[in-house]
Design a binder for this molecule. Structure first.
Ligand code: GLC
Length: 638
């Protein structure tokens, strides 16, 4: 049961694609308050036993209670517990208890979800603007509500089969030879791999849709050469277009008025990797068509996958921000003896990136009207990815192209997947990755994953292994690390056997994972579910956040603590415990319902098969297209 309420004159987001008529019915459990400026807050009382699910890419646990979240797509690489925003805004929550209901606030501007933070038993949702659509979804239970929601937002993007292979990224592999070396190492050590990423340095001066002749000569032939080794190259595309005379994308965008504006109608400028850039106005369909068709250059070179980045959009600085900081410095009294002033100085100079003031100074043209970016901020990355996906549909309709984005909003799930941005090589971020997967699935994002091993900071062998042991279940299985950090490729830690084993296990599971993934996309299911959805009567299971159901067949229980030799697992019913050492089964026994301590080595992966279920396993291979998907053995509960 879906109820739709429209407030003011919202800018359509196209998150919901089913026609839903306006509801006249009141929602008895929601109270509405309007403040002096006309801002509305919707609130309800949370009962002690209520669990609040949702919010997709957000910090903290599966149950979002006790914290406050702000939907405002943010380029912030420190995903610590106190943060309120990450790169995506997914304004869908489900309150699950004696009565269950879902709420989706469809709004491109900031929305605040205070889920028992200010008052422990009060849920309060406050859109920052007066124009938005509110959906209330009622159903028998949380999963029923989620499936109804998923139905009205449309089918999730389906990635190509090869994109379930293992993928290696690094900021950056600077030359074709460096890429060749990565592939050589993987092949020599017989660690399966299907893709190597090209981060910003493949471009000429960070100009989108260019390839450096010097570092990647004869690019098309290079793409071919890689394909002959069963490797897909996946280049990055950034949102900002470099301002440079003679650069065709810039020249054309400028001539046609395709870039976001300042209030006075001049093109808005912000500094990102290429230096000063303009941001294409992706909210305009004509601009989407134009930008999307730029991908053709790379498609023609044989590229079949892309990652869209910096599309919050991230701004390192603006001319206005720099001018303000310079003014401030000029007038700063360095002889003063007030430490507060010095802290302020640090903030003024160090706080030039992603300023709200700069977002507020940028304008889009929507249906001929100028709209301040603040009103539609959360839709920007979504529409960049939509631009690419719509162009692929026109240019290569018979091919599935890999596409995922850093920034997102519900609706984008129909066009591409996402990765969870710049995490760190911290154990806590492995746990965050585990907890985030079901929340993302609730909001329609199925092709997703985190930077395995951690992006920022130096990783360690044990962390990479434990992270791979979880990542081998996630649709996007990609190891990625930042400039200046220690290398963390599967061959970078000396021995390779444990790494080979874990990645090979992934390949054994690929036919199963891909089948379940497609099913989840087509039938509006979740690939990763909290235990509560299958065992609602089991009070212990309902509050477990570090074990997940994978489809309907398996329970997984990753080890995510440093130095742990294993972990305690709770079985809500009798299950078959199967322990893989690398790709091989070394233990298989039925365990009764209850708590069990299981020992799990760094090269081992536990799975639990539910009663009456079985999963197919094929033989490992070096790449997805070499998998023999016809010859399978089954692991079953019986
Ligand atoms: C951003 C991306 C990261 C990438 C880097 C350089 O930080 O999130 O994945 O490596 O930019 O392009």
């Amino acid at each position: 049961m879906l109820k739709k309420f429209v407030y003011g004159q919202p800018i359509p987001t196209e998150a919901v694609i089913e026609d839903i008529s306006l509801s006249q019915e009141a929602v008895p459990y929601l109270t509405v308050q309007t403040d002096k400026e006309g801002k509305m807050t919707f609130s309800s009382t949370l009962n002690d036993e209520d669990i609040v699910y949702g919010l997709g890419e957000a910090p903290r646990g599966i149950n979002k209670r006790g914290h406050i979240y702000e939907s405002f797509n943010s380029d912030d690489p420190y995903h610590t517990e106190e943060k309120r925003s990450l790169y995506g805004s997914h304004n869908f929550i489900v309150v699950s208890g004696k009565t269950s209901y879902g709420i989706f606030v469809d709004c491109g501007a900031q929305v605040t979800f205070d889920i028992g933070y200010t008052v422990y038993d009060r849920l309060a949702i406050t859109p920052s603007v007066k124009d938005f659509v509110l959906y209330i979804i009622e159903g028998d239970n949380a999963y029923d509500i989620i499936r109804q929601f998923r139905r009205v937002i449309g089918q999730s993007y389906i990635a190509p089969f090869w994109a379930f292979g293992f993928q290696q990224c690094r900021w950056s592999y600077y030359t074709a030879d460096e890429v060749r070396e990565v592939v050589r190492q993987y092949r020599e050590h017989q660690i399966p791999i299907d893709a190597v990423y090209l981060d910003i340095d493949y471009m000429e001066a960070y100009k989108d849709f260019t390839v450096s002749e010097e570092r990647f000569p004869h690019f098309k032939a290079f793409v071919e050469e890689m394909k002959a080794q069963h490797i897909h190259l996946v280049p990055i595309i950034d949102a900002g277009v470099k301002i440079e005379d003679g650069y065709d994308v810039y020249e054309e965008g400028k001539a046609k008025g395709y870039f976001c504006k300042r209030k006075d109608g001049t093109d808005f400028v912000a500094g990102v990797w290429p230096g000063r850039t303009h941001f294409p106005d992706f909210l305009n369909p004509e601009v989407r068509r134009w930008f999307g068709h730029q991908y053709q250059t790379l498609l023609e070179a044989g590229i079949e996958g892309f990652w869209n980045d910096m599309n919050e959009p991230a701004m390192f600085y603006t001319d206005e921000g720099i001018a303000e900081a310079v003014d401030y410095l000029k007038n700063f009294d360095f002889s003063c003896n007030d430490s507060n002033k010095f802290f302020e100085l640090g903030g003024r100079v160090g706080g030039l990136a992603n300023r709200r003031k700069d977002y507020a100074a940028m304008y889009h043209t929507i249906n001929g009207e100028s709209v301040c970016h603040e009103q539609v901020h959360n839709l920007y990355g979504y529409n960049m990815t939509r631009a690419a996906a719509e162009a692929f549909q026109a240019l290569v309709p018979d091919k599935r192209i890999l596409l995922f984005s850093r920034s997102s909003y519900i609706g984008m799930h129909r066009y591409g997947g996402l990765w969870t941005g710049d995490n760190q090589s911290w154990w806590s971020h492995l746990l965050l990755n585990i907890k985030m997967m079901p929340s993302l699935n609730m909001c329609g994002f199925l092709y997703c994953g985190a930077d395995l091993g951690g992006f920022g900071a130096n990783s360690t062998r044990d962390l990479v292994l434990r992270w791979l042991a979880f990542g081998l279940f996630t649709p996007l299985m990609r190891n990625h690390s930042a400039l200046g950090t220690r290398h963390q490729e599967c061959y970078a830690f000396g021995d390779t056997e444990a790494f080979r084993g874990l990645v090979s296990l992934r390949y054994r599971l690929i036919p199963y994972l891909y089948r379940e993934y497609i099913k989840a996309c087509e039938q509006n299911e979740m690939l990763f579910k909290p235990l509560a959805f299958a065992y609602p009567q089991d009070k212990i299971a309902c509050h477990i956040e570090d074990q997940l159901l994978l489809s309907d067949d398996l329970m997984i229980a990753p080890v995510y603590e440093q130095n742990a030799i294993g972990r305690t697992v709770y079985l809500p019913e009798e299950m078959r415990f199967v322990l893989f050492k690398g790709a091989e089964v070394v233990r298989s026994e039925r365990l009764p319902k209850g708590h069990h301590f299981i020992t799990v080595g760094l090269d081992e992966v536990p799975v639990f098969i539910r009663p009456g279920r079985q999963i197919p396993l094929c033989e490992p291979s070096e790449s997805v297209d070499q998998l023999d998907t016809d010859t399978v053995t089954y692991l079953s509960f019986d």
